[in-house]
Design a protein around this ligand. Sequence first.
Ligand SMILES: [Zn+2]
Length: 500
Amino acid sequence: MNSRFVSTAIPYVNASPHLGFALELLLADVQARQAKLNGQPVYFLTGSDDNSLKNALAAEAAGLSTQAFVDQHAAQFAALTPLLNLSCTDFIATSRDARHAPAVERLWRACAANGDIYSDEYQGLYCVGCEAFLDPSELTAEQLCPDHLKAPEPVAERNYFFRLSRYQAQLQRWLSDGTLNIKPSKRRNEVLSFLQNPLRDLSISRSRERARGWGIEVPDDPSQVVYVWFDALANYISALGYAQESEPGEALTQFWHQATQIQHVIGKGVLRFHAVYWPAILHSAGLRLPTDLLVHGYITLDGQKISKSLGNTISPAEAAAYFGVEALRYYLLRHVGSVEDGNFALDRFEEVYNTELANQLGNLVNRVCALGIRHQLTPNTLPLTQQPDFPALAATVGPTLLTQVDDAITAWQPHRALAQIWQGVDAANRFISQHEPWVLAKAGHTEQLEQVLNALYQALHYIGQALGPLLPETSAKIAAALSNRTQAPSPLFPKRSEPL
Ligand SMILES: [Zn+2]
């Protein structure tokens, strides 16, 4: 069955959403929309990671019950779907959704039945920020977590362990033979080099006390709570109904076991959880592995890491309010960076909006449609590729553009997809300057004028179509403008001297 599963990681809901997660949602949305436009049934899942200690501690600090606190923030994450015009199929909140806890339990029991879960004494250094034990070799010279710059907490208790060490050779093979693809390839190499050291078994439970009583109970042991990552990773299959039936249900069959692609879009910080722990857990439970991990970088704001402690956070709603959601999608996907780390700066955003969106694309659509209406053109009569006069334009903005854009998205390079489309936009703008349709009109060269305008309508048709997975609303507006014979469109991106 030619179907696709696309997910984001589920973020901790200890705070409001920030721009980095908006980027992740947008990147996943491009993959999901590409699938849909190519006629592939797609399941696009996002959600909230409710059951972490981090959330429980943040709730304590806020003086709220953990459930009330988590619900409040999860609602803000769910609200990103309409805000960012996302094509999500589903949203799973792991503390509240009835599909989730039984799925975690089933997954646990499946790993246990395979002999991969055992109980042992454990001593280690736990960073609550990371929600992970850190190896002493990972700490800074001051013995701090390198990401959170806080001293991890020494923990000694009896926990359950997952026999991760058993899967070392298999993990290396899956990454080398393409069973599990990681893009970009440097991220795959990072995991492979991590796998050169012996893997240690993974602690997958916490005492109920240390977890502040928050989380999913370990099957048959109420004194323990399931480790939040074992719990959170299961969201990908709990949403598909893993818990509900002894035989795989319809969604799990169509969008997991028989899917053409299972894509997890994730930030670089959670790579190890998805590339090492998750495949091993799935394999232990007799389940299929994902096919692709698509890894993105972090966003800095005016050159600084975005963090609450620095007080330089920007909400997705604030960012979208400046120039609209489509402009935000464009700026983040093309310029801030989809794969590498990138910087968000308002003055640069404004410049990109005015030059690339308002001038280059917006004006192009307006000029062409206005001319077409003024001269009563009957457009789209002759395909661009059959117009021998304009081979250069046809080569840049013909059907090949659609293939190039599709390939770039598949290759996890949405910035390249947009760059290709803008080459087409540039070519169309140059074509207008070269052929000066307004001069042809004045001189009464009607036939030539028709040819030029027809070529431009065709070019815009392909540009609009190519934008479909990336800027869906702009794509729809271009299609509407091209088919409207009586009224020129209102500007796609009205020029602004200041942000909204
Ligand atoms: Zn940490």
